[in-house]
Design a protein around this ligand. Sequence first.
Ligand SMILES: [Zn+2]
Length: 222
Amino acid sequence: VTRRPKILNINLFGPFGAGKGTQAELLAKKFKLAHFVAGDLLKDEMRRRTAFGREVDAIVRKGKLVPDRYIRELLVRFLDSLPKTKGMVIDGSPRNLPQKKLMDALLATYERTPIPILIDISEKESFRRLGLRRICVACAHKPIGKDLNKKDCQRCGGRLVIRFDDRPDIIKKRMSVYKKEVLPVIRSYKRSGRMYTVNGEQERADVHKDILKLLSRLGYKP
Ligand SMILES: [Zn+2]
């Protein structure tokens, strides 16, 4: 009999457009998990002008990538602020093998080794979905689902345009970074036999259901 950790910790992986963020939010709600998104937390630190945020800001302003040790520091702060009984869902990290090594070690010391789940979609589908994404010029609302086909924002009536970082040339560049850096992380989890995969090429609600089924098999129920 294996002893299961009582606290649910999940790490979601998937190509752009796989819907990691949406699934993370659904899971966070269902299981009352804290949501770790490195990018959002970094932005928050910068916005609040904390000492840490100002350091990161200086790096970003120089057009440099935020070094891995800052991601580690961010995770430490997050973990320290988390009640011991609260689970977490990680969304979008680690982004490369050195980050994985660093995060695996750190999460283990907090006894929070996460269940890695890959929301799998093909490269073709990833391109297609990124090409569909829009943002409202007036209120920055990002429509999802059926609202993607509308011309105007459902919230304020503003015009919907392609997001700047969804231009084909930028998508291609991000995709090649994904292949070069994130795929090795996924392969590494697969090699150790720990990666769970769900089919991401179905309705959001069905992806969510599949993840719930998987977690239930592993002994986690909301
Ligand atoms: Zn709007």
